[in-house]
Design a protein around this ligand. Sequence first.
Ligand code: BES
Ligand code: ZN
Ligand code: ZN
Length: 488
Amino acid sequence: MQISYKKKLELNKGIVLVPVFDDLKNLPDYIQGWLKDRIKEGSFKTEYGDLIWNYNSDPKVPDLTFVVALGDKKAITPALIRKAYAKAVKQIRTKDLHELNVYLPTSMHAYLQEISEGIALANYRLGIYKTGKDRQEEMDKIIKKVTFIGELDKAKKQLLDKGTLIGEKVNEVRDLVNGPHNYININYFTELSKKIARKNKYKVRILERRQMEKLGMGALLGVNLGSEIGAKMVLLEYMPNGRNEKPIALVGKGVTFDTGGLNLKSGNGIDWMKMDMAGASVVLGVFMLLQSLGIKKNVVAAIPLTDNAIDAKAQKPNDIVTTYAGKTVEVANTDAEGRLILIDAISYTIKQYKPEAIIDLATLTGACMIALGFEYAGMFGNDNELKAAVAKAASETDEEVWELPIHEDHSKQIKGVFSDLKNLGAGRYAGASTAAAFIREFVEDTKWIHLDIAGVSKSDRPKDCELEGSASGYGVRLLIRLLENLAA
Ligand code: BES
Ligand code: ZN
Ligand code: ZN
């Protein structure tokens, strides 16, 4: 999406999107007449989310004007603004329009980042694996050029650019998560990580299977036994504040496909398991942005990568593995693989970086989806201040979280009989909590947040800023805001 700026509305050409609150203030003169007529005749209500358009033959005004209603000014929030613009842009796209002028009166200047984010997020498309005419049709559906119109000084333009950039990187993450395993596999991730590191001058290291064998990462390597491609772990460092400040560590589950292993998933259950690397993708998405946004916080990433596949060498139920931390774990169910790869990444991160805090993101349990549906990630943690900071960033970005508990009994359930621990609770109840209890065994005294993003990583419900039936990119905006808030 190409962005440009103008001070005043062009008076003879183009398509313009104009916002209106129900006080009908801040409207360009030429609209006043027809908008009031429409309101009088009852075809436009200025209720939040209403959209109306008008073709003009007058050469002194734009050809086509869309008016998006924002309702009551006192009830408006940044999240509502983002959604209203996203919804409007989705409708505009159905009309095959590719250049959009966005009129920004001063009443909108408090929401510039949300506006451009909403526009960019709504401009997402599928179809990159289509060819020929079908591909062209998909690509033609996007808006190519946006011109923001208003009295916009440098700082305001920067906010608009920032929202656009964030939205576009979220869309890149969506492409990753939507990408099938035969394209987006372990090697794709490591190559992409190197590319991001090169571009942004981050330090990057990739641990290969051999090195991890030497290090004793038995939990991660056990999951990898049935795979064609060797497991890898991507380590990224962004250290703008120098080596003395402890970093925030982001750990993302990177199961590039989850068959379930020998505890094979059913037909329904295996569908969409290409997205089991959403956590990894989101962490990479954050690293696509840290440098460009100039975030003043040290951040490291650890991204464990493997698929969970089956062949003769695949790990068997009841196998006992020795983790990097030295504890033994019975693999009571090979489909509970996410927690196994996370714990080795977390232990390594603690040893290597002594982070101020660890935040892990993982499409970890179906149980979390059962509990919270598609609206909230499940949040677990061991530090109230950090939980509050995550909850604040979540509400600011409208990527919501809901705290779930870890009961003493949940921890009891994952105690082992033949080994120190087992990777499965007693039954299917509180499955998100028993998974979190298992991970907590490995965080030592580090501040820690675990976000179970199984339910929010794919849009199964219509949402304004997302494309239904596609990966959502949930978490990039939340983490960026959290890091910004922590740096402030
Ligand atoms: N990747 C799945 C969880 C998942 C399910 C993510 C649906 C997204 C959508 C995870 O590895 C898994 O299989 N979890 C099991 C754990 C069980 C065996 C304890 C589950 O939730 O059923
Ligand atoms: Zn699984
Ligand atoms: Zn999984």
